[in-house]
Design a protein around this ligand. Structure first.
Ligand code: AMP
Ligand code: GLY
Length: 424
């Protein structure tokens, strides 16, 4: 079958690497792909948000199956468009993707179906939101309703910061229409867990759990980023907690979406916080996380493409989904200045001698003849798999030590106790 992957980051590289192993796949294309994916798939420079061009490409190239990885095209309805053109897809349609596309919708769904989450209020009037933020007694979290490139959440330390966040989102409209409504919610604390799960709208099969490291600097300090590294499995997520979350959060969410006439087919991402009051949902994403995918997918032992087909055909219950018992560690190497403005085009050198079971996924790179250059904030995600978390970590950092580019920056504490995300 001819398959296309939409997207061009480290997550898509990890997806491409797994898909390329499937004997069922003939031609593999990536839109737009990147300098690393180019070794596995034909990369065609169509942006992931150019829906018309993507549908035209799928038609022209007789694509049978599409894997839509990023949030924007999912929320914009790319799956609806491709399916209407006869291309089967892995990924939710726009109605189901609303679980990420509108935080207000997700919150309302959780309230109506009794799924545990932070208490929160919704505002569509800037002055009322400002008034409420100014009067907030304790720490609060301000969230833009719509997509905001992962930057729409502000964990405010005090009322002044909350007011500033509301003003930036609703008055200055830094995220445009995504900030027409905001949520102001109670700040929770506890370890964070990312659970990615395959679901066909009825059956849900969680993948091995993981932990993102969102802050830019060591010791979990600095601004939030897209993610500076991830480990899998998450050391806090015991089998007992996994069973509890399945019963109170994972299954109820899939059933709620189906009951709403929005059955979800694809990868549903549960961002959970393990609070003293039990596990609660911090956010849903309608897709694989980045860098969680780079940590989780290398542990998958089954054929990813067979699972994706089973999800699309609503027979996930029969599919084989096995993960290895080992552990993985993914360290992101970023450009100087990330998550702010960065300089691109630096030459990247990767010395030989990568440790065993270590892969360098490309997040933002491009090929310039024989030279590999940086092309984004997050540049590479170095992932290692081993039988223990400690060994995976040593291998990943040994791999990082072999990679050089001007201004390269990474966290030194991915997967250590000091680096683990504890929210608030
Ligand atoms: P998001 O962009 O939704 O992934 O949120 C970014 C980060 O903000 C999360 O990973 C949490 O660390 C933090 N966060 C979001 N909501 C809350 C909350 N209610 N309480 C504490 N931290 C939160
Ligand atoms: N790593 C968090 C996300 O992909 O949204």
């Amino acid at each position: 079958m001819n398959v296309m992957i939409v997207g061009g980051g480290g997550r898509e590289h990890a997806l491409a690497e797994r898909l390329a192993r499937s004997p069922r796949i003939g031609k593999l294309c990536a839109l737009p792909g990147n300098g690393g994916i180019a070794a596995l798939a034909e990369c065609v420079p169509i942006p992931a948000t150019d829906l018309d061009a993507l549908v035209a490409f799928a038609r022209e190239r007789s694509i049978d199956f599409a894997v839509v990885a990023p949030d924007d095209p999912l929320v914009m309805g790319l799956v609806d468009r491709l399916e209407a053109a006869g291309v089967r897809c892995f990924g939710p349609n726009a109605r189901a993707a609303a679980i990420e596309g509108s935080k207000v919708y997700a919150k309302d769904l959780m309230r109506r179906y009794g799924i545990p989450t932070a208490r929160s209020r919704v505002f569509d009037d800037a002055d009322r939101a400002l008034e409420y933020a100014a009067s907030a007694g304790g720490p609060v979290v301000v969230k833009a309703d719509g997509l905001a490139r992962g930057k729409g959440v502000v964990v405010a330390e005090d009322a002044d910061q909350a007011v500033a966040a509301v003003a930036a989102i609703m008055k200055e409209r830094i995220f445009g229409a995504s900030g027409d409504r905001v949520l102001i919610e109670e700040r929770l604390s506890g370890p964070e867990v990312s659970v990615l799960a395959f679901t066909d709208g009825r059956t849900i099969v969680p993948m091995v759990s993981s932990m993102d490291h969102k802050r830019a600097f060591d010791g979990d300090r600095g601004p939030n980023t897209g993610g500076m590294g991830a480990v899998a499995p998450n050391p806090h997520y015991t089998p007992e907690l996994a069973a509890l979350c399945m019963e109170r959060i994972l299954r109820p969410t899939v059933e709620a979406l189906r009951a709403e006439g929005r059955p979800f087919r694809g990868c549903l991402y549960f961002g959970l916080m393990l609070t003293a009051d039990g596990p609660k949902v911090i956010e849903y994403n309608c897709r694989f996380g980045d860098p969680e995918a780079q940590a989780v997918l290398p542990l998958l032992e089954s054929d990813l493409f067979e699972i994706m087909l089973a999800v699309r055909e609503e027979r996930l219950a029969e599919a084989e989904v096995h993960f290895s018992k080992g552990a993985s560690c993914c360290v992101v190497m970023a450009s100087e200045g990330y998550p702010g403005k960065v300089r691109e085009g630096m030459e990247i050198h990767i010395d030989s001698g990568l440790p065993p079971d270590t892969v360098v996924y490309h997040s933002g790179t491009r090929r310039d003849g024989e030279t590999l250059r940086t092309a984004g904030g997050r540049v590479l995600s170095v992932t290692a798999v081993a039988s223990t978390a400690g060994e995976a970590r040593s291998r990943a950092y040994a791999g990082v030590g072999l990679i050089h580019f001007e201004g390269a920056r990474f966290r030194h504490d991915i997967g250590t106790a000091g680096g683990l995300s504890h929210g608030a």
